[in-house]
Every structure is written in structure tokens, then in C-alpha cells.
Design a protein around this ligand. Structure first.
Ligand SMILES: [Zn+2]
Length: 516
């Protein structure tokens, strides 16, 4: 029997990166960065995220800026290229909730989402809501902040000056902020254009460039993606670009128009040739990581298929069922239906004055506990004492005349360590402002009576309040981030949830009823 529709069994692939950090201190439980990265990779695999880069900061890099890779990840996020950051635990993202929220909000402005590989079980479920409230505020502040920054950058752009980030290969910036040609890099740019114009493939050019030992601006090996970006960079024909400001002749030219245009034509042709699959889906599965199969307790994943009329449709499917085992009988569930339904149940049955009052009290309490938690401070103070006594011992040895080159370098090492610890102590002493109960209530009340079909509303409700959704064929169990009311069970009229899925595939409609 012919299939009624093509079920391509392709999860939507999302490009993501991993951020891992070793943080010292009493709360550190995972010893190695490798361990974190491994778990993040497993998480990514389960959730259809393709990892394109890994950033990791180890404890001491010998400088005071021991989060260099984190900053790099933030910078890279501005150029696009990935839409998810996978972290092992969300506490890798800042030393307190306010800092985490600020960083998450910065990424959110670039359309990048942060997910954690470890299932998030906070001490108090309201902690998640507090984070969301903080995030909302941080987002507001960074939006304002970026307005001011933008003004300055626009000024620069009108004068064809550098705005700091995203300097192209081939250029340096002089002391006044204007672009100049860097001859060695410009030669690499010319070579890439000429070879491509001669008919070489990007992969072959890449191999040659890497073999020649040439490095990128950051001193790393080129990637194929990097090569293809060089080929489409209009700076090389002298075009200055910043946002929507475009100034022909605003940059020193490296490539002539004829060569540039020939290369663009060939690129346009080669792009059309293969069945190019957009990797970054514009479809966002709001319940990713939160939805589980009631039959086998496994995760359910966002999937897509194409109906016989050529229309794309989206649904959640049990991971076990779509994997090779194929044992689980859980029916697929329409994405649109599920997300709207979960939003509706939450809005109508959970969000009320009483719940919000309860949440606000808990949120204020969590903040108070966090402010009182001085364990990190005590930890660093102990470290400082240990380091100081080690320094004293070496000083005694020096006074006693025992000096070798290794004593000397050990002393430098300890002095360096001491200044790092002192910096950490200063940072720990800065207290973060507390959000008042009224502010929390105000920011949550805006969710009363929202439009359950609005995507942004669905996203806010699900991110903030929903902890877990367990799907059976005849009911849904939703658990919430609110300890007073943390579970709700709703019977499903099967017609509504699953009937429309019959078009997904003939195989589906032939599946035996669950539990039969
Ligand atoms: Zn299952």
C-alpha cells in the first residue's frame, strides 16, 4: 500500500554551540570540562541540535579575564550562525541569577536561546520564574543600553569607521578608527578569490589555505565557512557596511569589480545545484526538552513531515518510536495543538491572583536566601589565607638563604593567584539589587487573559511556568514551576489531539490504539 504522505522523519535541525566552564567553589560538582562537553553533546544529539562550535573556560588561564571564551561566544552570537547555546548547567552562565539573566537576555536579543543539558531541578521551582522575571527586566535594560550604544555606532558608521566587532580579513584599523589594508591578509583574500574564479571548489581552496599555514584574524585555522564568507564580503570591493548604512568607496578596495561579480555569479549557480536544506528552521518547538512520553517515559521531539498536498506539518513524536527500536506505541501529537492547549490550560487554570501572590512571596524569599548565602565568599577567603601562608613560607625560605629558580617562579605564581582571588572576593561582595514583591506581581499580571494563539504569549507562558508535560493518548499531565500547585491532569478528547494527524502517514493511522 502506498503511503498517504511522506513522513520524512527529520527532526528540525538547529545549529548550536556548547559553552562549558570549570568553576571553582563549594557548589562545583562536575570536575571536568570534558565531562560537561560530553553531556552537552549527548543532549544536543537527543534534541536535534547540530553543534558547530565548543567554547570552554578553564579555571585559571593566568590572566584576570578567565572567561575569555564566554565573551567570544557572546561576540560570535552577534554574527548569527547559531541559535542555541547548550550549557551543562545554567549556573555556568553567571555567578548569580541577575548576571545569568543579563547574559541570557543579551543572547535572546540575537535570537539565541540557552538550554541546559542537565535536567533543571532547582531547590525551589519558583527560582525559574524569578529568572524569567529578571530576564525580562535585563532584556528591557539591555534594549535601552543598546539604543545608546547604537547611537555611537551609527556616528562611527557615517564616517566609515570601525565599530570594533567583525573586522574582516585583510583590514586593520588605524588609531582614528579608519580601515587600512593589511598586506599579508589581503594577499590571502586575493588568493581565495582567484582560485575560486579559476574553478576550484571551496573545500579544495580551504585545504590549500590550511596547508599553507595561513591563519584567520584570531590566529586559528580557516574553516570552509570562513572561506565562503570571504567570497561574499562586499568590503573587498570597497563597500562599507554597518546595519543599513552602506557607503560605496568607504573601505580600501582589495578586489576589482569584475572578479568579484564573476565569483558571485558562480556562487549563485553552485548554491542552486544541490538540494539545499535550510538548517536553521524558522519553526520553534516551544516544548523542546519539556515534553515526555507517558508510555515509555522517554523524551518527545519536534519533527516535521510533508503531506500529500505538499504542505509541511509539525508534530512531537516519542524518541523511542522514531529511533531504530520503534517499540513505543505513543501517537504523534500536533505541535500547534499541543502548544496552544498547554498555554490555554495554564492561562485558565493556573494563572490567577492567588497563585501570583504566592509566586511573588516565594521569589522575594529566594532572593533573600541568595543574598544571605556567603558560601562562595567564605570559600575565596579560605583560598586567600592558604595562598598567603604559602607565600609566607617561601619568604621564610628566601630569608634562610634557600633560593632556587623554582622558588622564585613559585613565588610569582602565588602572587598572581593571590591577586585573582582578591578580585573574586571584590566581585562576591557586590550585592545585587533585590526585586520587590510589587514588581514581581506587576510583571506577572501582564500574562492574565492573553491570546493563546499568539506565539510570543505561548513562548512566555511555557518558558516561565511549565516545568514538564507528560503525554498519554488520552490525557496530558502538566507540572508547573509553582510549588503550591505543581501538577494538573487534563483528559484529552482524542479527536482534537490526534485526528488531524492521520494525514501524517498511513502508518500512523494503522497504529494500534495505545494500551490495547
Ligand atoms: Zn514512548
Amino acid at each position: 500500500m502506498a503511503r498517504a504522505a511522506k513522513q520524512d522523519n527529520n527532526s528540525e535541525i538547529i545549529d548550536g554551540v556548547i559553552y562549558a566552564r570549570y568553576s571553582e567553589g563549594p557548589n562545583q560538582t562536575e570536575a571536568s570540562i570534558e565531562g560537561q562537553v560530553r553531556e552537552c553533546k549527548e543532549y544536543a544529539k537527543r534534541n536535534g541540535i547540530r553543534i558547530i562550535n565548543v567554547y570552554s573556560d578553564s579555571k585559571h588561564t593566568g590572566t584576570n579575564d578567565n572567561r575569555a571564551e564566554f565573551q567570544k561566544m557572546l561576540r560570535d552570537s552577534r554574527r548569527g550562525g547559531f541559535s542555541v547555546v547548550v550549557v551543562w548547567k545554567i549556573d555556568r552562565f553567571g555567578r548569580n541569577r541577575a548576571e545569568m539573566a543579563q547574559n541570557k537576555a543579551l543572547l535572546k536579543l540575537q535570537g539565541v536561546k540557552v538550554v541546559s543539558a542537565k535536567e533543571y531541578i532547582p531547590d525551589s521551582p519558583e527560582g525559574i520564574i524569578l529568572e524569567s522575571v529578571l530576564e525580562g527586566m535585563a532584556e528591557y535594560y539591555s534594549a535601552n543600553l543598546s539604543q545608546n550604544i547604537k547611537r555611537g555606532m551609527k556616528e562611527n558608521a557615517l564616517h566609515c569607521k570601525s565599530n570594533g566587532s567583525g573586522k574582516s580579513l585583510g583590514y586593520i584599523v588605524d588609531k582614528d578608527g579608519y580601515f587600512e589594508i593589511e598586506p599579508n591578509e589581503a594577499t590571502i583574500v586575493k588568493t581565495i578569490f582567484q582560485k575560486y574564479d579559476e574553478g576550484m571548489k571551496i573545500a579544495d581552496i580551504w585545504r590549500e589555505i590550511v596547508a599553507s599555514g595561513a591563519k584567520t584574524k584570531r590566529g586559528k585555522d580557516f574553516t570552509q565557512y570562513g572561506i565562503s564568507r570571504v567570497l561574499s564580503n562586499r568590503a573587498y570591493i570597497g563597500e562599507y557596511r554597518y546595519g543599513d548604512i552602506v557607503t560605496p568607496g568607504g573601505m580600501p578596495r582589495i578586489i576589482d569589480d569584475d572578479l568579484f561579480n564573476r565569483v558571485q555569479e558562480r556562487r549563485a549557480l553552485s548554491k542552486k545545484a544541490p538540494a539545499s536544506r535550510r538548517s536553521n528552521s524558522d519553526v520553534d518547538f516551544l516544548l523542546t526538552g519539556k515534553v515526555f512520553c507517558g508510555h515509555c517515559k522517554g523524551t518527545m521531539r519536534g519533527m516535521s513531515g510533508t503531506s500529500k498536498t505538499g504542505r509541511k506539518f509539525y508534530y512531537y513524536a516519542c524518541h523511542d518510536k522514531i529511533s531504530k527500536h520503534n517499540k513505543c506505541t505513543k501517537k504523534n501529537v500536533k505541535k500547534e495543538w499541543l502548544e496552544t492547549e498547554v498555554t490555554r490550560i495554564t492561562r485558565d487554570d493556573i494563572l490567577n491572583k492567588e497563585t501570583i501572590e504566592f509566586i511573588a512571596d516565594r521569589v522575594v524569599e529566594i532572593q533573600r536566601l541568595e543574598q544571605e548565602d556567603k558560601s562562595m565568599l567564605r570559600y575565596y577567603e579560605q583560598q586567600l589565607r592558604d595562598t598567603q601562608s604559602a607565600i609566607n613560607n617561601i619568604m621564610k625560605a628566601i630569608e634562610a638563604g634557600i633560593i632556587t629558580s623554582s622558588t622564585k617562579s613559585r613565588l610569582f605564581e602565588l602572587e598572581e593567584q593571590k591577586s585573582i582571588i582578591e578580585g573574586e572576593i571584590e566581585r562576591e561582595k557586590i550585592t545585587t539589587p533585590v526585586i520587590e514583591k510589587e514588581q514581581v506581581i506587576f510583571s506577572l499580571e501582564r500574562f492574565f487573559g492573553g491570546d493563546i494563539n499568539n506565539k510570543e504569549y505561548q513562548r512566555n507562558i511555557i518558558d516561565m511556568f511549565v516545568n514538564k508535560v507528560i503525554l498519554y493518548d488520552n490525557k496530558i499531565i502538566i507540572t508547573y514551576n509553582i510549588s503550591s500547585q505543581n501538577e494538573i491532569s487534563v483528559d484529552v478528547v482524542e479527536q482534537a489531539a490526534f485526528a488531524a494527524l492521520d494525514e501524517c502517514s498511513s502508518k500512523l493511522s494503522l497504529a494500534p490504539p495505545a494500551g490495547a
